[in-house]
Design a protein around this ligand. Structure first.
Ligand code: ASP
Length: 588
């Protein structure tokens, strides 16, 4: 080894020892003829010092070194002089007096500072990711992620799970996104699909009798990028046989409760056991199926009060089958017309045509876009339903339910974030259950699975598949943390006839179903146990635990928002020879 100790481990107990260290020059200072450097490696920082009289050679090397040079240092650990200790450094009581110093490699001046946190434009950070990862924040994120994944592996191992790797070159596995395809050289015109998840394969492992499987699995989904999405991301994929919904939920809940205690003990779980909401309840109270429970401002239905209110906008919407819901933005009664207009513009991006308001000053005076139309007793009921008090701002959207939920659900989060109500040290986990099995796709005039094709209906709802499929609930459960869905899972179909029925329901042509999923249908005829699982997103959970604003901060080498790796420049054009081998002609 180039080193006997790490830069982070030296303490007063090492005083008097001769040590060899190796690392990067974090900082360099000259003080009246004496030169100090802070030497950094992954484990910490230690001060090294040269003395021109005792080690002139090392001292002259020290004078030349620049930040981020790679050095090897041999020297004696000594106590720092009284008054020179640094209580902010783990190694702050000692320093290393250099006897020999060797430059292992030089470095150009980095494009941004490694030794302090400063705002650096993300494109530069991603281009020089290897330098970005040297910074404290990123190193801490990498270490935290490693701890989290290691905890998960140990936890599951102790409970009889085995980790099984499943192929990356596979066949389409729909999870609602586009596939990444890989052309086959040896089978002209044929393609592998990168798995959107190991869903089919983990079910096959249940048929294979594995009973308890997990994998820290890479998933590939070609979809529009957002802060919480990447073209490839990592799931804790798990599957269990002979379980009911409660068993999978109990395991995941215990796993995450213990994970938080182990990895981020400074964070507080808002509620334990995790609250459960039905999909219907989540939508009605929060407008989203991934509700943030860290703050109130719940949505309230006022459709019944708005009927016959005399306010044309409300009345017309209700007459055409729409509804009116509102929320109480507590304490914002002083908002100006301009501020309310800004909120109106915000909800318009989610399809709302407007935002009706009723603002109450602290003195109890009302300003409103519609209240003058309301009879006094309706107005009283409305204030009571929204628990309005002087100083509050009530905001309403009238539209079809999807628009009302989307716009008010987003507005609620937007307000909470801008008012600082979303404490990042609080972890509000909850479960959302009883999703509809299928949702009507207006555009394509067919049913879409709300989770995926393999989710089992609730046993008592199976007859509804023939009569009223929209009312059938799936045995699906989503794990939600703060404002994010961090995992989804379900009890699966394990019966060929039922699986074929669901394929048919969602309009999958039987020939196509056999071509795509024939292996599953066949496997279901060879003694498939009842089974179910879940797949929490490692990146999203780590992002929330690290208090980071997007998942790129907890991924070593993420793609940018345009799905590009800007460090290595991928994707990039293929050579003509490669394309020919792959039997591909470009049509650009
Ligand atoms: N495969 C699903 C997904 O990736 C999760 C699951 O059902 O286990 O969303």
């Amino acid at each position: 080894m180039y080193k006997t100790h790490t830069c982070g481990e030296l303490r007063t107990a090492h005083v008097g020892q001769l040590v060899t260290l190796a690392g990067w020059v974090h900082r360099r200072r000259d003080h009246g003829g004496v030169t100090f450097i802070d030497l950094r490696d992954r484990f910490g920082i230690v001060q090294v010092v040269t003395n021109p009289e005792t080690s002139p050679e090392a001292h002259s090397t020290m004078i030349d070194v620049r930040i981020e040079w790679v050095m090897q240092v041999e020297g004696l650990v000594r106590k720092r002089p009284v008054g020179m200790e640094n209580p902010n450094m783990a190694t702050g009581e000692i320093e290393v007096e250099v006897q020999k110093m060797r430059v292992l490699n030089q470095a150009k001046t980095p494009p941004f500072m490694i030794n302090k946190e400063e705002e650096v434009d993300e494109a530069t950070r991603l281009h020089y990711r290897y330098l970005d990862l040297r910074r404290d924040r990123m190193r801490n994120n990498l270490v935290m992620r490693h701890r989290a994944v290691k905890f998960v592996r140990d936890y599951l191992d102790l409970r009889g799970f085995i980790e099984v790797e499943t192929p990356i070159l596979f066949k389409t596995t729909p999870e609602g996104a586009r596939d990444y395809l890989v052309p086959s050289r040896v089978h002209p015109g044929e393609f592998y699909a990168l798995p959107q998840s190991p869903q089919q394969l983990k079910q096959m492992l249940m048929v294979a009798g594995v009973e308890r499987y997990f994998q820290i699995a890479r998933c590939f989904r070609d979809e529009d990028q957002r802060g919480d999405r990447q073209p490839e991301f990592t799931q804790l994929d798990l599957e269990m046989s002979f379980v009911y919904r409660e068993d999978v939920m109990a395991l995941a809940e215990d796993l995450f409760t213990k994970l938080v205690a182990e990895v981020t003990p400074q964070k507080r779980l808002l509620t334990s056991p995790f609250p459960r909401l039905t999909y219907q309840e989540a939508m009605e109270r929060f407008g989203k199926d991934n509700p943030d429970l860290r703050f109130g401002m719940e949505l309230k239905d006022i459709t019944d009060l708005a009927v016959g209110s005399g306010f044309q906008v409300f009345e017309a919407t209700i007459a055409s089958g729409g509804q009116v819901r509102g929320l109480n933005a507590k304490g914002l009664g002083h908002y100006s017309r301009k501020q309310i207009d800004e909120l109106t513009e915000y909800v318009k991006t989610f399809g709302a045509k407007g935002l009706a308001y009723l603002a109450i000053t602290p003195e109890g005076e009302q300003r409103s876009s519609f209240a003058k139309f309301l009879p006094a007793d309706t107005s009283q009921k409305l204030l009571a339903r929204l628990e309005a008090q002087p100083g509050d701002l009530l905001l309403f959207v009238a539209d079809k339910p999807t628009v009302v939920f989307e716009s008010l659900g987003r507005l609620r989060v937007f307000l909470a974030e801008s008012l600082g109500m979303a404490d990042s040290d609080v972890l509000a986990f909850c479960w959302v259950i009883d999703f509809p099995l299928v949702n009507w796709n207006e555009e394509e005039q067919r049913w879409d699975p709300s989770h995926h094709l393999f989710t089992s209906p609730m046993p008592e709802d199976i007859p509804l598949l023939d009569t009223d499929p929209g009312k059938a609930r799936g045995q699906q459960y989503d794990l939600v943390l703060n404002n994010y869905e961090v995992g989804g899972g379900s009890i699966r179909i394990h019966d060929r006839a039922l699986q074929e029925k669901v394929f048919k329901l969602i309009g999958l042509d039987p020939a196509v179903a056999r071509e795509r999923f024939g292996h599953m249908l066949e496997a279901f005829e060879y003694g498939t146990p009842p089974h179910g699982g879940i797949a929490p997103g490692i990146d999203r959970i780590c992002m929330i635990l690290a208090g980071e604003p997007n998942i790129r901060e907890v991924i070593a080498f993420p793609k940018n928002q345009a799905a590009r790796d800007v460090m290595a420049n991928a994707p990039s054009p293929a050579e003509a020879k490669q394309l020919k081998e792959l039997h591909i002609k470009l049509d650009l």
